[in-house]
Ligand binder design. Sequence first.
Ligand code: COA
Length: 261
Amino acid sequence: MAEQKNILSETKDGILYLTINRESKLNALNFKILEELNNIFNEVNDNKSIRGVILTGAGEKAFVAGADINEISELNEVNARKFAEFGQEVFDNIESCHKPVIAVVNGYALGGGCEMAIACHMRIATRNAKFGQPEVNLGIIPGYGGTQRLTLLIGRTKATEILMTGEMLGAEEAKTLGLLNYVEETKDAAIAKAEEILHKIMAKAPLSIGMIIDCVNAVFVSDENGYQIEANSFARCVKSEDYREGTKAFLEKRKPNFKGE
Ligand code: COA
């Protein structure tokens, strides 16, 4: 596995452990990290020594607290579409990887973090995990596939509420909604649970596992156009005054004053 700077990686007993390593910014995803993730997942399929992947965030406080709002605050309509499409491509590479990918969600999984977790094949959270799509607080919408995957995963009723209110859900509620496979007390216990599941899967025929991933994904990509509508809508948001106000307010640590323009 090629050396990456912002993602720690280690392979042990057939499992690739990936840790988003930007703890001081709650592992917020900047372009560099997305690029590194893409490089890694482009290699994983062809690497026979890797039979499963565990993806987590450094520290105890956050899995990933979203896309990097500093980068988001500088977008225009043209590069916003590219920004969304690139994130969608990276998460699509995770979702279509032929090795099972389990997210160990250790704390905040917000915005792009929630979108990254739901692009993985399974999710195990620690009890302190919090899920949400708070993009509406910034005058934008999820752009990395969240409007599509969340709706398909938990259904329209709750997905619409989560996307529109921007409120966070705790681990137990997320599990009840079908967002999670398991909730464990600690990060170590969550990793141990992920290892237990991966070891069961590793005893099965690798081709069957890859085919199951393709077949399950086929259900999820039945409306591929939805991803394009998401990227276009994301790009339209960044033309608004509310987007400037929303991202500026976060960076200035104050409440936004939205005007609908
Ligand atoms: N992008 C960039 N920086 C981020 C970030 C993000 N998505 N999320 C957190 N950070 C940074 C903060 O700016 C802060 O940096 P600083 O120490 O240089 O000021 C650091 O991470 C710690 O975050 P802080 O807000 O001080 O922690 P908190 O415990 O008070 O709050 C959160 C935690 C997750 C509730 C809060 O950080 C937050 O709301 N983050 C943004 C979530 C979001 O909107 N994500 C979607 C983006 S599209």
